[in-house]
Write a protein that binds this ligand. Sequence first.
Ligand code: UD1
Length: 420
Amino acid sequence: MDKLIIEGGRPLKGEVRISGSKNATLPVLAATLLTDETCVIANVPKLMDTNTMVRLLKSLGKVVDWDKDKLIIMSNGKMNPVADYKLVSTMRGSICVLGPLLAKLGEAKVSMPGGCVIGVRPVDLHQKGVEALGAKVAFDGGYIVAQAKRLKGARVYLAGASGPSVLGTANVMMAATLADGETIIECAACEPEVEELANFLNAMGARIRGQGSPRIIIHGVKKLHGADYRMSSDRIEAGTFVLLAAMARSNFVIRDIDYSQLTALDDVMHNVGVTVQAEKNLVKVKSPKVLKPFSITTYPYPGFPTDLQAQYIALMSLTNGVSVIRDTVFPDRFMHIAELNRMGARIRREGGSAIVEGVKSLCGAPVVASDLRASAALVMAGLVASGKTEIRRVYHLDRGYENIDRKLTGLGASIKREKE
Ligand code: UD1
């Protein structure tokens, strides 16, 4: 296992390029299971999670080759409907092979992803969605087993207690592409990753409209064909760099960013006193001497993303007042609080909220990364803290941030990787 060692306080300057979107890539790769023809996906980030998805696709009957930032995905002629526990347990995103396997093969046996440190991760909405299309679903030995001779279009309401489900919407939308007749998903997730998946499916010959809105309408077709597609940039990585620039009071350039996907963050930045100048596909961030505290609540898109909550708490730890950060999407996602407090932050948890009392500065400390976005928050804190920060279990970071040490070194940070 690797750890990162950061000497904080170095000025950050220059330019950083945002990679392809991890959360959009995973369901797009799963969607290639819907065809026997070749698909070529470009701008794929080289991450632990995309590699896990590649291994999963191979185990399900695909031949997959990398060509620089492209993945070429072909059929090996024989598909397997079982997504094994060993692969699924390392990455919750694997659940999105359920819909494509079911639609293509009439059966799918996908290991239940289980919980994770960000909270309980149920699959009831995935189940409800495919059942509405006529599948029989059972749970057996830790697997969700779905079967249907032929899926049939239906109207399905797909929100749970915490709102819509991103991968639940993705699964039902993918299953519905090959169903008989029309499917209407009400209260669908509006995340750009769902929109991107629908665009890719349409490039494969699907007939989907309404993507990006809470009502998605899918006309089933007989067959999907291969397609070439380029992934858009990662809005969460982009948001993380915006928050880092604000926290480090640096005005480095962030390139290949689609800032239109970060309206909620932009609004919050304005309230904190930070100016973000956006033009075409790049932004520059300008921070005031003193950051203002500003309370937020995370919501499904277009609300403030839960995937930026930890990084925002890191930023709020350096304001001149108190802010309250509430997570309605994953109310237990607060493992980073204790670690940030080890660096001198003053944060306490109350139910699904973090109460952050701003401090003047943070100091380096040995800390442990608990999950992907929490790791990013610790890296941000380490970069602005005085002295040395050692972040253990950094593999979480490698799941979702491509070449993060190289990108930060390029900005002038002192960061090195060592074996634990
Ligand atoms: C995706 C993202 C993840 C992000 C999350 C919310 C990927 C690979 N992951 O995860 O980074 O944090 O969206 O934006 O794209 N829920 C149910 N029943 C279900 C499914 C979900 O109640 O069947 C609940 C969850 O517990 C959570 C909420 O719905 O409270 C949203 O979760 P969901 O959108 O499904 O997250 P993922 O799609 O797994």
